[in-house]
Design a protein around this ligand. Structure first.
Ligand code: TRP
Length: 337
Protein backbone atom coordinates (compact mmCIF):
# COMPACT_ATOMS: atom_id res chain seq x y z
CA UNK A 1 0.00 0.00 0.00
CA UNK A 2 1.18 3.49 -0.77
CA UNK A 3 1.91 5.55 2.26
CA UNK A 4 3.77 8.48 0.79
CA UNK A 5 2.47 10.96 -1.72
CA UNK A 6 4.23 11.81 -4.93
CA UNK A 7 4.95 15.53 -4.75
CA UNK A 8 3.83 16.42 -8.26
CA UNK A 9 0.45 14.80 -7.84
CA UNK A 10 -2.38 17.12 -6.96
CA UNK A 11 -4.60 16.42 -4.00
CA UNK A 12 -8.37 16.05 -4.02
CA UNK A 13 -10.51 16.09 -0.90
CA UNK A 14 -14.23 15.68 -0.49
CA UNK A 15 -16.67 14.47 2.12
CA UNK A 16 -20.17 13.20 2.65
CA UNK A 17 -22.16 13.43 5.86
CA UNK A 18 -23.38 10.13 7.30
CA UNK A 19 -26.73 11.69 8.04
CA UNK A 20 -29.20 10.14 5.66
CA UNK A 21 -29.44 7.88 2.68
CA UNK A 22 -27.92 9.31 -0.46
CA UNK A 23 -30.07 10.09 -3.47
CA UNK A 24 -29.19 9.62 -7.11
CA UNK A 25 -28.61 13.40 -7.05
CA UNK A 26 -25.84 12.97 -4.47
CA UNK A 27 -24.50 10.00 -6.39
CA UNK A 28 -24.39 11.69 -9.80
CA UNK A 29 -23.14 14.97 -8.35
CA UNK A 30 -20.40 13.43 -6.23
CA UNK A 31 -19.29 9.84 -5.63
CA UNK A 32 -19.89 8.60 -9.17
CA UNK A 33 -17.43 11.17 -10.54
CA UNK A 34 -14.72 10.53 -8.01
CA UNK A 35 -13.54 7.25 -9.49
CA UNK A 36 -12.18 9.12 -12.51
CA UNK A 37 -9.61 10.93 -10.33
CA UNK A 38 -8.03 7.94 -8.66
CA UNK A 39 -5.26 7.32 -11.17
CA UNK A 40 -4.06 10.90 -11.49
CA UNK A 41 -4.62 12.55 -8.10
CA UNK A 42 -4.03 11.78 -4.45
CA UNK A 43 -7.62 11.47 -3.33
CA UNK A 44 -9.02 11.63 0.17
CA UNK A 45 -12.70 10.97 0.78
CA UNK A 46 -14.00 11.44 4.24
CA UNK A 47 -17.16 10.41 6.06
CA UNK A 48 -17.75 13.64 7.96
CA UNK A 49 -19.34 12.51 11.20
CA UNK A 50 -18.23 15.64 13.11
CA UNK A 51 -20.29 17.70 10.69
CA UNK A 52 -23.29 15.42 11.07
CA UNK A 53 -23.76 16.21 14.78
CA UNK A 54 -24.51 19.87 14.05
CA UNK A 55 -28.06 18.54 13.82
CA UNK A 56 -29.27 16.03 16.39
CA UNK A 57 -28.52 12.41 15.45
CA UNK A 58 -29.68 9.16 16.92
CA UNK A 59 -26.42 7.45 18.07
CA UNK A 60 -27.19 3.98 16.71
CA UNK A 61 -28.30 5.46 13.42
CA UNK A 62 -25.22 7.67 13.13
CA UNK A 63 -23.00 4.66 13.72
CA UNK A 64 -24.81 2.64 11.08
CA UNK A 65 -24.81 5.50 8.56
CA UNK A 66 -21.07 5.90 9.02
CA UNK A 67 -20.47 2.30 7.96
CA UNK A 68 -23.02 2.69 5.19
CA UNK A 69 -21.43 5.80 3.74
CA UNK A 70 -18.03 4.14 3.69
CA UNK A 71 -19.57 1.02 2.12
CA UNK A 72 -21.22 3.18 -0.49
CA UNK A 73 -17.91 4.82 -1.39
CA UNK A 74 -16.43 1.40 -2.05
CA UNK A 75 -19.56 -0.02 -3.72
CA UNK A 76 -19.53 2.96 -6.09
CA UNK A 77 -16.14 1.86 -7.30
CA UNK A 78 -13.64 3.76 -5.17
CA UNK A 79 -10.70 1.46 -4.56
CA UNK A 80 -9.51 1.77 -0.94
CA UNK A 81 -5.98 0.97 -2.09
CA UNK A 82 -5.94 3.92 -4.46
CA UNK A 83 -7.98 6.41 -2.44
CA UNK A 84 -7.71 7.36 1.20
CA UNK A 85 -11.15 6.57 2.62
CA UNK A 86 -11.63 7.50 6.25
CA UNK A 87 -13.88 8.77 9.01
CA UNK A 88 -13.40 12.35 10.17
CA UNK A 89 -13.56 11.71 13.94
CA UNK A 90 -10.78 9.11 13.60
CA UNK A 91 -8.33 11.88 12.73
CA UNK A 92 -8.22 14.32 15.66
CA UNK A 93 -6.35 16.94 13.63
CA UNK A 94 -9.66 17.99 12.01
CA UNK A 95 -11.07 19.16 15.33
CA UNK A 96 -7.72 20.63 16.38
CA UNK A 97 -7.20 22.72 13.27
CA UNK A 98 -10.82 23.73 13.40
CA UNK A 99 -10.31 25.43 16.76
CA UNK A 100 -7.32 27.32 15.44
CA UNK A 101 -9.10 28.44 12.28
CA UNK A 102 -12.11 29.56 14.33
CA UNK A 103 -9.79 32.28 15.57
CA UNK A 104 -9.05 33.37 12.00
CA UNK A 105 -12.64 33.42 10.80
CA UNK A 106 -14.92 36.38 11.33
CA UNK A 107 -18.35 36.27 12.91
CA UNK A 108 -19.63 38.35 10.01
CA UNK A 109 -18.32 35.89 7.43
CA UNK A 110 -20.06 32.97 9.09
CA UNK A 111 -23.28 34.97 9.46
CA UNK A 112 -23.44 35.33 5.70
CA UNK A 113 -23.36 31.60 4.94
CA UNK A 114 -26.63 30.68 3.26
CA UNK A 115 -26.51 27.09 4.51
CA UNK A 116 -26.34 28.39 8.09
CA UNK A 117 -29.30 30.65 7.44
CA UNK A 118 -31.29 27.81 5.85
CA UNK A 119 -30.46 25.34 8.59
CA UNK A 120 -31.23 27.84 11.36
CA UNK A 121 -34.67 28.15 9.88
CA UNK A 122 -35.08 24.41 9.49
CA UNK A 123 -33.75 23.50 12.95
CA UNK A 124 -34.93 26.60 14.80
CA UNK A 125 -34.91 24.87 18.19
CA UNK A 126 -31.25 23.82 17.88
CA UNK A 127 -29.19 26.68 16.45
CA UNK A 128 -26.01 25.52 18.12
CA UNK A 129 -22.52 27.01 17.80
CA UNK A 130 -21.41 24.00 15.75
CA UNK A 131 -23.98 24.78 13.10
CA UNK A 132 -22.51 28.27 12.93
CA UNK A 133 -18.86 27.19 12.75
CA UNK A 134 -19.57 24.24 10.43
CA UNK A 135 -17.77 25.94 7.51
CA UNK A 136 -14.61 26.36 9.61
CA UNK A 137 -14.51 22.63 10.22
CA UNK A 138 -15.00 22.12 6.51
CA UNK A 139 -12.13 24.51 5.76
CA UNK A 140 -10.00 22.49 8.20
CA UNK A 141 -10.86 19.24 6.40
CA UNK A 142 -9.69 20.73 3.17
CA UNK A 143 -6.66 22.73 4.30
CA UNK A 144 -5.16 19.94 6.44
CA UNK A 145 -4.27 17.99 3.29
CA UNK A 146 -2.96 20.90 1.22
CA UNK A 147 -5.86 20.16 -1.10
CA UNK A 148 -5.80 21.54 -4.63
CA UNK A 149 -9.25 20.54 -5.79
CA UNK A 150 -12.55 20.02 -3.97
CA UNK A 151 -15.33 18.40 -6.00
CA UNK A 152 -18.63 19.53 -4.50
CA UNK A 153 -22.20 20.41 -5.36
CA UNK A 154 -23.05 24.00 -6.16
CA UNK A 155 -24.60 24.47 -2.69
CA UNK A 156 -21.15 24.02 -1.10
CA UNK A 157 -19.37 26.59 -3.24
CA UNK A 158 -19.84 29.38 -0.69
CA UNK A 159 -18.06 27.22 1.88
CA UNK A 160 -15.19 26.64 -0.53
CA UNK A 161 -14.91 30.38 -1.08
CA UNK A 162 -14.70 30.85 2.67
CA UNK A 163 -12.01 28.15 2.91
CA UNK A 164 -10.02 30.06 0.31
CA UNK A 165 -10.43 33.29 2.27
CA UNK A 166 -9.32 31.65 5.52
CA UNK A 167 -6.28 30.07 3.82
CA UNK A 168 -5.37 33.36 2.19
CA UNK A 169 -5.71 35.26 5.44
CA UNK A 170 -3.56 32.77 7.36
CA UNK A 171 -0.90 32.74 4.63
CA UNK A 172 -0.89 36.53 4.62
CA UNK A 173 -0.15 36.69 8.34
CA UNK A 174 2.27 33.76 8.68
CA UNK A 175 3.67 33.16 5.20
CA UNK A 176 2.84 30.24 2.95
CA UNK A 177 1.17 27.58 5.05
CA UNK A 178 -1.88 26.33 3.19
CA UNK A 179 -2.55 25.53 -0.44
CA UNK A 180 -5.48 27.69 -1.52
CA UNK A 181 -8.04 25.16 -2.80
CA UNK A 182 -10.27 25.37 -5.86
CA UNK A 183 -13.86 24.19 -5.88
CA UNK A 184 -14.92 22.00 -8.75
CA UNK A 185 -18.47 21.26 -9.82
CA UNK A 186 -18.73 18.15 -11.97
CA UNK A 187 -20.77 18.96 -15.05
CA UNK A 188 -22.83 15.80 -15.48
CA UNK A 189 -25.77 15.57 -13.17
CA UNK A 190 -24.82 18.59 -11.11
CA UNK A 191 -28.44 19.28 -10.28
CA UNK A 192 -31.09 16.61 -10.07
CA UNK A 193 -34.59 17.78 -9.21
CA UNK A 194 -37.37 16.14 -7.18
CA UNK A 195 -39.53 13.70 -9.15
CA UNK A 196 -42.64 14.97 -7.35
CA UNK A 197 -41.94 18.71 -7.55
CA UNK A 198 -39.43 19.12 -10.37
CA UNK A 199 -38.88 22.80 -9.63
CA UNK A 200 -37.23 21.77 -6.31
CA UNK A 201 -33.88 20.08 -5.79
CA UNK A 202 -34.00 16.35 -4.99
CA UNK A 203 -33.27 16.09 -1.28
CA UNK A 204 -32.14 13.34 1.09
CA UNK A 205 -34.78 14.37 3.59
CA UNK A 206 -37.89 14.95 1.45
CA UNK A 207 -40.96 13.64 3.26
CA UNK A 208 -42.81 12.87 0.02
CA UNK A 209 -42.05 9.20 -0.68
CA UNK A 210 -42.06 9.69 -4.46
CA UNK A 211 -39.80 12.73 -4.59
CA UNK A 212 -36.35 11.23 -4.16
CA UNK A 213 -34.71 8.13 -5.57
CA UNK A 214 -32.14 6.67 -3.20
CA UNK A 215 -29.06 4.79 -4.34
CA UNK A 216 -30.12 1.80 -2.28
CA UNK A 217 -33.80 1.77 -3.27
CA UNK A 218 -35.10 -1.57 -4.51
CA UNK A 219 -35.70 -2.05 -8.20
CA UNK A 220 -39.47 -1.94 -7.66
CA UNK A 221 -39.27 1.31 -5.73
CA UNK A 222 -37.12 2.89 -8.41
CA UNK A 223 -39.50 1.84 -11.20
CA UNK A 224 -42.54 3.00 -9.23
CA UNK A 225 -41.04 6.41 -8.46
CA UNK A 226 -40.14 7.05 -12.09
CA UNK A 227 -43.58 5.90 -13.28
CA UNK A 228 -45.15 8.43 -10.93
CA UNK A 229 -42.74 11.23 -11.83
CA UNK A 230 -44.56 14.51 -12.35
CA UNK A 231 -44.36 15.77 -15.93
CA UNK A 232 -46.60 18.16 -17.90
CA UNK A 233 -49.58 18.08 -20.23
CA UNK A 234 -47.48 17.97 -23.39
CA UNK A 235 -46.59 14.59 -24.94
CA UNK A 236 -43.27 15.14 -26.68
CA UNK A 237 -40.02 14.11 -25.00
CA UNK A 238 -37.80 17.14 -25.55
CA UNK A 239 -35.92 19.66 -23.45
CA UNK A 240 -37.77 22.94 -23.24
CA UNK A 241 -38.56 25.80 -20.91
CA UNK A 242 -41.42 24.99 -18.54
CA UNK A 243 -41.02 21.21 -18.92
CA UNK A 244 -39.19 20.86 -15.61
CA UNK A 245 -40.20 17.25 -15.06
CA UNK A 246 -39.19 16.03 -18.50
CA UNK A 247 -36.01 18.11 -18.45
CA UNK A 248 -35.08 16.46 -15.17
CA UNK A 249 -35.78 12.95 -16.49
CA UNK A 250 -33.67 13.76 -19.53
CA UNK A 251 -30.82 14.93 -17.29
CA UNK A 252 -31.01 11.72 -15.27
CA UNK A 253 -31.22 9.51 -18.36
CA UNK A 254 -28.33 11.34 -19.94
CA UNK A 255 -26.18 11.09 -16.79
CA UNK A 256 -26.64 7.31 -16.64
CA UNK A 257 -26.36 6.55 -20.36
CA UNK A 258 -24.07 9.30 -21.65
CA UNK A 259 -26.62 10.08 -24.38
CA UNK A 260 -27.10 13.66 -25.55
CA UNK A 261 -30.43 15.49 -25.51
CA UNK A 262 -30.71 15.13 -29.28
CA UNK A 263 -30.15 11.38 -29.05
CA UNK A 264 -32.74 11.04 -26.31
CA UNK A 265 -35.31 13.10 -28.22
CA UNK A 266 -34.79 10.91 -31.26
CA UNK A 267 -34.96 7.68 -29.27
CA UNK A 268 -38.37 8.57 -27.80
CA UNK A 269 -39.84 10.32 -30.79
CA UNK A 270 -43.55 9.48 -31.06
CA UNK A 271 -43.42 7.28 -27.96
CA UNK A 272 -44.91 9.49 -25.27
CA UNK A 273 -44.10 10.06 -21.62
CA UNK A 274 -45.19 6.69 -20.21
CA UNK A 275 -42.68 4.86 -22.32
CA UNK A 276 -39.91 7.33 -21.49
CA UNK A 277 -40.51 7.15 -17.74
CA UNK A 278 -40.26 3.35 -17.79
CA UNK A 279 -37.04 3.52 -19.79
CA UNK A 280 -35.48 5.99 -17.36
CA UNK A 281 -36.57 3.89 -14.37
CA UNK A 282 -35.12 0.72 -15.85
CA UNK A 283 -31.86 2.41 -16.78
CA UNK A 284 -31.41 3.79 -13.28
CA UNK A 285 -32.39 0.50 -11.63
CA UNK A 286 -29.96 -1.44 -13.86
CA UNK A 287 -27.14 1.00 -13.16
CA UNK A 288 -27.65 0.89 -9.41
CA UNK A 289 -28.16 -2.86 -9.09
CA UNK A 290 -24.44 -3.71 -8.88
CA UNK A 291 -23.82 -0.83 -6.46
CA UNK A 292 -26.55 -2.14 -4.23
CA UNK A 293 -25.39 -5.73 -4.24
CA UNK A 294 -21.80 -4.72 -3.52
CA UNK A 295 -23.09 -2.48 -0.74
CA UNK A 296 -25.01 -5.40 0.81
CA UNK A 297 -21.93 -7.59 0.62
CA UNK A 298 -19.76 -4.94 2.30
CA UNK A 299 -22.28 -4.20 5.04
CA UNK A 300 -22.17 -7.87 5.97
CA UNK A 301 -18.40 -7.58 6.41
CA UNK A 302 -17.87 -5.00 9.16
CA UNK A 303 -14.38 -6.33 9.83
CA UNK A 304 -13.32 -5.39 6.33
CA UNK A 305 -14.91 -1.94 6.60
CA UNK A 306 -13.06 -1.40 9.86
CA UNK A 307 -9.79 -2.36 8.24
CA UNK A 308 -10.44 0.21 5.53
CA UNK A 309 -11.27 2.81 8.20
CA UNK A 310 -8.08 2.09 10.14
CA UNK A 311 -5.80 2.13 7.12
CA UNK A 312 -7.45 5.27 5.79
CA UNK A 313 -7.24 7.18 9.04
CA UNK A 314 -3.59 6.18 9.52
CA UNK A 315 -2.70 7.61 6.12
CA UNK A 316 -4.81 10.72 6.64
CA UNK A 317 -3.51 11.31 10.17
CA UNK A 318 0.08 11.24 8.97
CA UNK A 319 -0.57 13.93 6.36
CA UNK A 320 -2.80 15.99 8.64
CA UNK A 321 -0.22 16.01 11.45
CA UNK A 322 2.37 17.51 9.13
CA UNK A 323 0.13 20.48 8.36
CA UNK A 324 -1.01 20.86 11.94
CA UNK A 325 2.58 20.95 13.27
CA UNK A 326 3.43 23.59 10.73
CA UNK A 327 0.43 25.65 11.83
CA UNK A 328 1.28 25.26 15.52
CA UNK A 329 4.85 26.33 14.87
CA UNK A 330 3.80 29.37 12.87
CA UNK A 331 1.35 30.65 15.45
CA UNK A 332 3.84 30.17 18.29
CA UNK A 333 2.64 27.06 20.12
CA UNK A 334 5.32 25.05 21.90
CA UNK A 335 5.82 21.51 20.65
CA UNK A 336 8.29 19.61 22.85
CA UNK A 337 9.70 16.61 20.96
N1 TRP B 1 -20.41 20.19 3.81
C1 TRP B 1 -20.35 19.13 2.84
C2 TRP B 1 -21.77 18.74 2.43
O1 TRP B 1 -22.66 18.79 3.25
C3 TRP B 1 -19.62 17.93 3.35
C4 TRP B 1 -18.20 18.25 3.63
C5 TRP B 1 -17.61 18.36 4.86
C6 TRP B 1 -17.19 18.49 2.67
N2 TRP B 1 -16.30 18.66 4.70
C7 TRP B 1 -16.00 18.74 3.39
C8 TRP B 1 -17.19 18.53 1.27
C9 TRP B 1 -14.81 19.06 2.74
C10 TRP B 1 -15.99 18.83 0.63
C11 TRP B 1 -14.83 19.10 1.36
O2 TRP B 1 -21.97 18.35 1.32
Amino acid sequence: METSTTPQRKTIFSGVQPSGMLTIGNYLGSIKNWKAFEETYDCLYCVVDLHAITVRQDPAMLRRRTYETLALYIASGLDPEKNTLFVQSHVPAHAELSWVLNCYTMFGELSRMTQFKDKSRKYASNINAGLFTYPVLMASDILLYQTDLVPVGIDQMQHIELSRDIAGRFNQIYGDTFTVPEGFIPKAGAKIMSLAEPEKKMSKSDTNGNASVYILDSRDDILRKFKRAVTDSDTVVCRAEGKDGINNLMTIYSAFTGKSDAEIEKEFEGLGYGHFKIAVGETVADALAPVRSEFDRLMADKAYLETVMKNGSAKAAYLARKTLSKVYRKIGFTQPK
